[in-house]
Design a protein around this ligand. Sequence first.
Ligand code: FES
Length: 106
Amino acid sequence: PKVIFVALDGSRRTIDAAVGDSVMATAVRNGVPGIIGECGGNLSCATCHVYVDEDFAALVGPANDLEDDMLDLGVSDRRSTSRLSCQIKLTEALDGITVEVPEDQP
Ligand code: FES
């Protein structure tokens, strides 16, 4: 599946990802600026925060309780489409998923 990262300046980068990988791991492996993934995907940092494009938000689904808490604690500009990208595992159904990188990470 392809993942499209939208940077702060609006520029887009499309990356071919592997099913089962997380959006965070895909970003880090490809050096996408603004997604850090400090805790390695363990839901303890929030440095992988992204805004999921509205068109994909329903497909991706909501955050679970742990992620929800971490978003509350760790993200200053939380929106309804905020997700921690280490918790978004890629499937073929998510092909073309578009995520926006936030202004800064905690
Ligand atoms: Fe730390 Fe996602 S990488 S919470």
